[in-house]
Design a protein around this ligand. Structure first.
Ligand code: FES
Length: 94
């Protein structure tokens, strides 16, 4: 099973097993990682945003770009696990 490495969390770095196809948001919920999801995971905010520091996530969804400021950002509720990746939570303004 792939591993997601989370950097810069309030309680330090964490590495967790992440099932293929699960969203980053779902992985965070499963492991009590504090990702804010103000819209409930419906791609209508940017509080779940992450930066991909290493590795890769699923292909960018068409709905994501308006919520992103940088090329390495993704919406955690839309990006799915496809392999190991290192991520930094990078929430936008609520
Ligand atoms: S939780 Fe709102 S866009 Fe992901």
């Amino acid at each position: 099973m792939p591993t997601l490495h989370f950097r810069g969390l309030d309680d330090g770095d964490r590495s967790v097993e992440a099932p293929l196809g699960e969203t980053v948001y779902e992985v965070c919920l499963d492991h009590d990682i504090e990702m804010v999801a103000a819209c409930g995971g419906f791609a209508a905010c940017n509080t779940c945003r992450v930066r991909v520091l290493d590795g890769t996530l699923s292909k960018m969804e068409e709905i994501e770009p308006p919520f992103l400021d940088r090329e390495d950002q993704r919406l955690g509720c839309q990006a799915c696990v496809v392999g190991d990746a290192t991520l930094l939570l990078d929430p936008g303004e609520m």
